[in-house]
Structure formats: C-alpha cells, structure tokens
Design a protein around this ligand. Sequence first.
Ligand SMILES: [Zn+2]
Length: 248
Amino acid sequence: MAGLKQRVSDLVYKVGDKVGDSFLSPPHSSFGQYVNRGPDDRRVVALTFDDGPSYGSTDRLLDALAEVDAVASFFCVGENVRANPELLRRAYDEGHLIGNHSIDHSRGAGLSLRDTQHIERGEDEIADVLGVRPTMYRPPWGWLTPWEARRLHSRGYTIVGWDVYTHDWQLPAPSTASIVDEVLEQTGPGSIICLHDAYPLKPAYEKTVTADVVRDVVPRLRDDGYEFVTVADLLGLPATRPLDDLAA
Ligand SMILES: [Zn+2]
C-alpha cells in the first residue's frame, strides 16, 4: 500500500512537473512575461548563473571568469546570500550583476496567490550586503505565473528567462564537453545562457563542471566574435536600484 501511494505521488509530481515546465517556463511560454534574450543585431551574449553564492562553486566560477576576463550575471538565493555575504560582495565588486532568485527557492511561493515575502526577503538579503537593490529577477525552477509576474513588475523587476538552457545542474554532473556543446548549439546574437554556479540551499557545495565550461566556452565564443556583458547591459537597463527605492 505504501508502495502504491509512493508511486501515485511520484506520478502526480512528474505530471505537475511536466505541466509546469510546459506552461510556466522559458523560453516558449509564461504568457510573454519573460525576457528571454536581448536584441539580435550584435554578437553580444549574457552568461547567467543560478542558485549561489556557495563556497566550493561560486568562488571557483569567479576565478574562472576572472581568468577569461568575462562578466556575468548571478541570480542568488537569499538564504545562500545570508550565509556567504562576502562571496556576494566579491562577485559584485568584480563587475558582475546580482539578481534576485527568491529567498529560499520554493516552487510553491511563486504559485501562491498572495505570498510576496519570497521576493522581498530575497531582495533584502542582497540589499543588506550591497547597499543597492537588484533590478532583475529569475523565478526559481523557471516557473512564472501571471500573478507572480504582476507582483514582480510592480516592484520594478525585469523577469529574466533564457534562450540557452543547459543541464549543468544534473547529478551526477554531465561532462564538460556535453554542456559546452549545449551552449554552442543554442547560442546566437543576444542570447541569455542559463547555467548554475551552485545548489539552492547549500551554502557550501563542491562543483567544478560549470567553471570548466566557462574556461572552455568563453574563448570559443569570443573567437566567433561574441562579447560578454551582464543582462542589464544586454537589455540596456539599470543593474541596480537605490536602497530607498521600494517600488511596491
Ligand atoms: Zn534556481
């Protein structure tokens, strides 16, 4: 009986997952509320990294980005920011954009009709460290409801999706070469590339594959004429808002 119950609940979860991914995720759906790419008239792209900052992964990635001299955008989970403020500060000081990826990466909060705390608390953790507020939001799991989009827009957020998706988050990690292929196959002028520096609620997390991908893919795309910018620069929008700008 317990086995059957488990199988039914696994099935419900799987179906829910598929429905959510089909209707709420970038790049094809979500009722047009996502910004999934920039203008396609120049060979400019944005690397984005979700779920940090975590030791063992974000620090490795920052080292790799410094080596290849590229800027990127980090969509950070508030709980990880609270655990690792100095890592967030380092990313910001090194010229990267810091975006909000909610306080705790909950799927339910974004689906809820009323909850705004997941947005505000994530934002406040970032603001406490940087002294400025983020302007860009990426929903955890990529799931965006129309009512969540309304809440985000009323707070002045641009909702950032992607047009290049990779599986660097999978465990065990896919090979560097397979993720590099995913990036190269999908990238075009104006692309927003989705990668993961860390794992949502792990302030320390050993991960090397994404840093290796960066070392490989950045020089190759550059050889192909691409330039790397933050999402804000790609879209021609401000990267931060002042601390006292409480747009809600
Ligand atoms: Zn995430």
